[in-house]
Design a protein around this ligand. Structure first.
Ligand code: HEM
Length: 150
């Protein structure tokens, strides 16, 4: 894949700008959805409020989370090929965190389906703790890409 190095040409900074923009959209959704779940937890299954939260959550997933994640991945991989990032430790560590974040989003989708089925499997405290995952991941990823500590 080393023949792709530099393939973006002058578009590189534009692709990077678009990448960061969609990262912001993606993270906005990842901060929002588990917060919605905390409010949703407090409603009784089958109530009007319950149905409203199910609807809001589905919208955040389909309008923000899924499209933003796909665009971030495509642009991020394009940047990675352009600069030949694979094998550099900061990038491999970032990739691992982003894969975990993508998995977290998958888990959120599954939890949303349980809520929609009237289940409330997690304690509120655990759910609030899990709310911190995207924030911690963001801080670590930004240090990896900007400071490149290794
Ligand atoms: C989905 C997979 C992702 C891939 C493959 C990816 C890959 C990359 C690459 C290769 C760069 C260029 C680095 C450079 O030019 O030095 C970059 C830039 C950046 N990425 Fe990602 N990224 C991804 C997701 C994310 C996420 C989730 C965040 C934040 C939470 C993020 C934040 C940033 C930032 C802030 C920059 C700009 C760094 C700079 O100004 O040099 N990226 N990304």
């Amino acid at each position: 894949m080393s023949n792709l190095i530099g393939f973006l040409g002058n578009a590189y900074p534009w692709v990077k700008a678009a990448h960061v923009t969609f990262v912001i959209f993606w993270m906005a959704g990842l901060f929002l959805l588990p917060r919605f779940y905390v409010y949703h937890h407090a409603t009784s299954p089958g109530s009007v409020e319950d149905r409203n939260w199910i609807e809001r959550e589905a919208r955040v997933r389909s309008i923000i989370l899924t499209p933003a994640m796909v665009v971030v991945w495509i642009l991020g991989l394009a940047l990675a090929f352009h600069i030949g990032a694979f094998g550099q430790h900061w990038f491999d560590a970032k990739l691992l965190l982003v894969v975990l974040l993508t998995g977290y989003q998958g888990w959120l989708g599954g939890y949303g389906r349980k809520l929609a089925d009237g289940k409330r499997p997690l304690a509120n405290k655990t759910l609030r703790f899990l709310n911190e995952v995207p924030g911690i991941a963001t801080a670590l990823i930004v240090v990896l890409v900007i400071v490149k500590p290794f």
